[in-house]
Design a protein around this ligand. Structure first.
Ligand SMILES: C[S@@+](CC[C@H](N)C(=O)[O-])C[C@H]1O[C@@H](n2cnc3c(N)ncnc32)[C@H](O)[C@@H]1O
Length: 315
């Protein structure tokens, strides 16, 4: 990987981490009062723990709405409390659901609540530690957990969830991962009914594309895009890409690189050549499937070509 790209990776990671730490850990912890049911579970288990505080009902709706939950979704709430998030996902959004909580009494209550709501066939709760949970079937994961747990769950979730899955966290963002969307609004149920703000953060799990890719372009030159082997070098910071394109031995900067689920896009400008057309901007977009990707590139002059790429190295 070129030195310029390595330096860019250090810059971006440093900047993002600092911003989120300042507002997340320092400001948010005192906002959650301790509650009774969770204390029992902590005493028994000595595991990383968040106390039992319910997400206000209007916030539950906003969490499921920002993730655009629908009937094909499977919503898993990690630390599911009284079960309200998966139950609402089934009742109001037609999804199926699952919840995990350390507290056996809350798990029993949640299964009873699901039965009373008439959604027990689609929603189930089990006792367990969120760090041992199997979330591979989730298309949406919801969290209302203190920052150390949210942060600790990040690698667990990224290892298991498929690209395009959504994670919604109530009040506590991931440190160093910019949310794809967020909303802040008033929730009357907060602070024992005195009211307060809720913020919901949406993250779309990006496909992992970091590394070197051999890029195949069409067999004939098109509008300054030479028919030559090319190497695309990608440095990934969650959904953002720093990149360069080595095309016919010219290293071209790549701009606006983004990964959204299993989709990739980036732009480059091909240089003007003596006697040829002036510099031509191209927009690439495509679909990622593991170590291959393919898609189309369009020039500002209206040309369109198909491209494929194969990963040759992960660094
Ligand atoms: C803040 S409450 C959120 C409840 C529910 N998700 C909601 O939003 O209304 C956190 C819940 O996580 C559970 N919990 C805390 N640490 C846990 C862990 N390590 N594994 C499983 N559950 C945990 C607590 O028992 C509690 O019910």
């Amino acid at each position: 990987m070129a030195a310029g790209l390595r330096a860019a990776r250090r810059r971006v990671i440093g900047a993002a981490g600092g911003v989120v730490l300042a507002r997340g850990l320092a400001g948010a912890l005192p906002a959650l009062p301790l509650a009774v049911a969770g204390g029992a579970a902590r005493a028994q288990d000595d595991k990383p723990f968040s106390p039992f505080i319910t997400t206000p009902n209007n916030t539950v709706i906003r969490m499921l709405s920002i993730a655009a939950v629908g009937k094909d979704d499977h919503v898993i709430d990690l630390g599911s409390g009284d079960g309200r998030i998966p139950i609402t996902a089934a009742l109001k959004f037609g999804a199926s659901g699952f919840g995990v909580d350390l507290d056996a009494m809350l798990v029993e209550l949640s299964n009873r609540n699901a039965a009373e709501a008439g959604v027990a066939a689609r929603v189930r709760f089990e006792r367990g530690d969120v760090f041992a949970a199997d979330v591979r079937k989730a298309t949406v994961v919801t969290l209302y957990m203190l920052p150390p747990i949210v942060q600790g769950l990040r690698p667990v979730l990224l290892r298991q969830l498929r690209p395009g899955s959504r994670i919604v966290s109530h009040d506590f963002p991931f440190d160093g991962w910019q949310a794809d969307a967020s909303e802040t609004f008033f929730a009357q149920e907060k602070n024992n009914g005195r009211g307060g703000d809720s913020t919901v953060f949406l993250y779309v799990v990006p496909a992992e594309v970091h590394g070197r890719w051999a890029l195949s372009l069409p067999g004939t030159a098109v509008e300054g895009l030479p028919a030559a082997p090319a190497e695309l070098r990608l440095v990934q910071f969650n959904q953002f890409l720093e990149a360069e394109l080595d095309l016919a031995r010219q290293v071209l900067p790549v701009r606006d690189g983004r990964v959204a689920g299993d989709r990739i896009r980036f732009n480059t400008v091909l240089p003007a050549r003596a006697g040829g057309p002036p510099a031509v901007p191209w927009q690439f977009e495509g679909r990622i499937e593991g170590d291959t990707m393919s898609g189309s590139a369009r020039s500002d002059r209206g040309a369109e070509v198909r491209w494929q790429a194969r990963r040759t190295a992960r660094r």
